[in-house]
Design a protein around this ligand. Structure first.
Ligand code: PMV
Length: 330
């Protein structure tokens, strides 16, 4: 039996603009998905996922029938199955064991579809654990690349490398098109996450931004302005002492530009304002938007307490920067 875990992430800067070749800086956070894999004697794959903020479901597929046995809403299961199916294919391919059967259990404390990179964390941990169970150890670059291919397929070619690379490597990373690297010597980033309990539709939100950008030159300029801000943020991050106040200002600016592109939501804006009014350095939505999570920079208790009392905020938690990335638990 093998167990691997991988972290979720927040976007410090650059979501949406990254789709058009601008840079982005996602940061891994101390919230993980853990995947346990055990080889079976037959060629079937059985998945048990009790803790994906779904109600809990078990699917079994492979063998004679392609139809899974399941008991939760179809779209959520289809998405989860697509990711796990892709992860199994990648692990089988890496280990040159195309017919290997596997029992897979997934546990995650990352809210689903809420801008925290839950699917990437599950895919990274699943490929790593399954490949090891089949006798192959993948290097981190190869693992990140295989995980990206899975996300890319499941999301119809719309996924950037940000989530999968960040989850594999840990820490703060910089992604621009196919270029990706870890940012060295990033100091502590005191993140707080606010979660409205919902999720945006990434495909729809990305399509909405594309349409605005195609229609209005000023929307295209807004996307470019996000790219400019990321360059500045990345320089600040790698200086001697991280200037949290300046980083926070850039986060506020980034949220404003995302709002202008139509991807914020009332619940996200009200959490952002609650955090700012409580004295945070800065706050912005993270991920596709439309609902889900915001990320706040705050080293006091202020923002977390304010979010705890903000109507529409279902959960607020502190989330330190995770410097490990994928971890082999056993
Ligand atoms: O919501 P998430 O964490 O899947 O992030 C989506 C980020 C986008 O830039 C909108 C799309 C992408 O794949 O980069």
């Amino acid at each position: 039996m093998t167990v691997s875990s991988a972290p979720g992430k927040v976007y410090l800067f650059g979501e949406h603009a990254v789709v058009y070749g601008e840079p982005a800086v996602p940061c891994a956070i101390e919230r993980r998905a853990r995947v346990t894999v055990e080889r079976r004697d037959d060629d079937r794959v059985r998945v048990n996922a009790d803790d994906l903020t779904l109600d809990g479901f078990t699917v079994a597929w492979g063998g004679e029938s392609d139809a899974p046995e399941l008991n939760v809403p179809n779209n959520l299961v289809e998405a989860a199955m697509g990711y796990l199916d892709g992860a199994v294919e990648q692990a089988r391919d890496a280990a040159e064991a195309p017919d290997a059967g596997l029992d897979i259990s997934v546990e995650s404390d990352i809210p689903l579809g809420a801008g925290l990179g839950s699917s990437a964390a599950v895919v990274v941990a699943a490929i790593d654990a399954a490949a090891r169970e089949l006798g192959t150890e993948l290097g981190r670059e190869a693992l990140a690349d295989r995980a990206f291919r899975v996300e890319h397929d499941v999301q119809d070619g719309q996924a950037s490398r940000a989530d999968t690379f960040c989850s594999t490597m840990g820490g703060a990373v910089r992604v621009q098109g196919d270029d990706r690297r870890q940012l060295d010597e990033v100091g502590n980033l005191p993140f707080v996450v606010g979660y409205d309990g919902g999720a945006g539709d990434t495909g729809e939100l990305v399509a909405g931004v594309r349409e605005l950008r195609d229609r209005h030159p000023f929307a295209a300029d807004t996307v470019e302005a996000i790219g400019d801000l990321v360059w500045e943020g990345e320089t600040l991050l790698q200086g001697e002492d991280t200037p949290l106040d300046e980083l926070g200002q850039l986060m506020n600016f980034n949220h404003g530009l995302l709002s202008a592109l139509g991807v914020s939501a009332r619940s996200l804006d009200s959490m952002v304002w609650a955090a700012r009014e409580a004295g945070a350095y800065g706050a912005k939505l993270t991920g596709a938007g439309g609902g889900g999570c915001i990320v706040v920079l705050d080293d006091s208790e202020g923002a977390k307490t304010a979010l705890d009392y903000t109507p529409g905020c279902e959960e607020a938690f502190r989330a330190e920067l995770d410097t490990d990335g994928v971890r082999r638990e056993s």
